[in-house]
Design a protein around this ligand. Structure first.
Ligand code: HEC
Ligand code: HEC
Ligand code: HEC
Length: 291
């Protein structure tokens, strides 16, 4: 349901090209924070400071998905207020006296001014979560969101590595830049989308990702600029790919057991691992992680 909002995105607002330089954009602080040269330890400290408190899980999840990149415990991206605790949300706004931050937040989400363009408008269902909480008197909750998957050391969670070099296989080179290499070598299928899903954000090249199996498999969902949605299933190496045409730019999300991690920024390349490297390039936080 959330992915519906991605369709609202205008094609021209894509700020990340496949080969172009990543620009310093004010509206990309989630990433700016990660790419700011702040050492990993400091980053972890920031994440701890941003931890939501006093909030029910559904409320915390909406804020962390759409707002925490700027309104985290240490505000970034030009934002001056933190919106991660119940106390902060119920504090009176300095710019709109008489209104709480929560009230301002809801009206700005409804008015599509937060998060600032070019981020997609927050889906109605998610705004409704904050409205329902407010209508109920903003009762205190206690939610612990999962740890930051990008904070840990470099690893290979599956413990299994691809050792076949460039031997053709759908299981080949997990974590590698599939499309780039096939193009450079003029070998292998012409893929339009390809990548690898992992258990954490810091997985080394050629490490097998997460296999998609069982009754509730991991699913990668890509939405292209026409609104078409492609559902891809990672194979035994965590690799997923598609050969049929896709209209750029695209957005994507990973879904598992009712949870999701999604890319808010539209991109013009389907070579997911090209940005989602061990450390992340083009402002990506790191690997594509199962939620
Ligand atoms: C890309 C950065 C960014 C994101 C993401 C973002 N904001 Fe903002 N927000 C700002 C900036 C910049 C301001 C203006 C400076 C300030 O007041 O903090 C602002 C101001 C606000 C204010 C006004 C605070 C006040 O009372 O003066 C509220 C409320 C707010 N944002 C809510 C949200 C909510 C809710 C979300 C998520 C749905 C969100 N913002 C996402 C950057 C962001
Ligand atoms: C370093 C280069 C390189 C990388 C990285 C790479 N490939 Fe390949 N791939 C090749 C080459 C070369 C072939 C053709 C080999 C041959 O014909 O023997 C190939 C063939 C394939 C094939 C055809 C297999 C078959 O059975 O027909 C698939 C599918 C494939 N690659 C998927 C991927 C995926 C998915 C990724 C990324 C996770 C990937 N490749 C990463 C070089 C690469
Ligand atoms: C041009 C670079 C680029 C490409 C290509 C790219 N991404 Fe991203 N991705 C990003 C950036 C930057 C972010 C962080 C900002 C955001 O979430 O929008 C991100 C974030 C994400 C996230 C959320 C990160 C998190 O917090 O866990 C997911 C999931 C994701 N991407 C999946 C994909 C998939 C799947 C593909 C391939 C279809 C892909 N990405 C291709 C740059 C890229």
């Amino acid at each position: 349901m959330r992915s519906a909002a991605l369709l609202v995105l205008v094609a021209s607002i894509s700020v990340l090209g496949v080969a172009g330089c990543a620009e310093e954009d004010d509206y990309l602080p989630p990433i700016a924070r990660r790419d700011s040269g702040i050492p990993a330890g400091a980053d972890a400290a920031i994440d701890a400071a941003s931890a939501p408190s006093g909030l029910p899980c559904d409320v915390a999840l909406v804020l962390s998905t759409y707002c925490a990149s700027c309104h985290g415990g240490t505000p970034a991206g030009g934002a001056t207020v933190a919106l991660t605790t119940r106390e902060q949300l119920l504090a009176i706004s300095l710019t709109r006296p008489g209104m709480t931050h929560l009230e301002v937040a809801i009206s700005q989400m409804r008015g599509a001014t937060m998060p600032p363009a070019p981020a997609a408008r927050v889906p109605d269902a998610d705004i409704a979560v904050l409205e329902a909480w407010q209508a109920a008197g903003a009762p205190e909750g206690s939610c612990e969101l999962p740890n930051d998957p990008f904070a840990g050391p470099d690893t290979c969670t599956s413990g299994r590595r691809w050792t076949g070099g460039n031997h053709e296989s759908p299981l080949m080179r997990p974590g590698g830049t599939c499309i780039q290499c096939h193009t450079d070598m003029r070998e292998g299928p012409r893929l339009t989308i390809a990548g690898t899903v992992y258990a954490s954000g810091r997985e080394v090249d050629d490490c097998n990702g997460l296999a998609s199996s069982g009754g509730d498999p991991v699913v990668v969902e890509v939405t292209d600029s026409t609104g078409a949605v492609f559902t891809l299933s990672p194979n035994a190496a965590g690799n997923f790919f598609r050969e049929e045409p896709v209209s750029m730019p695209i957005t994507a999300l990973v879904r598992y057991q009712g949870r999701e991690r999604r890319m808010l920024t539209p991109v013009t390349s389907g070579d997911c691992n090209g940005c989602h490297t061990l450390r992340g390039t083009m402002m990506a936080p790191g690997r594509i992680v199962v939620p």
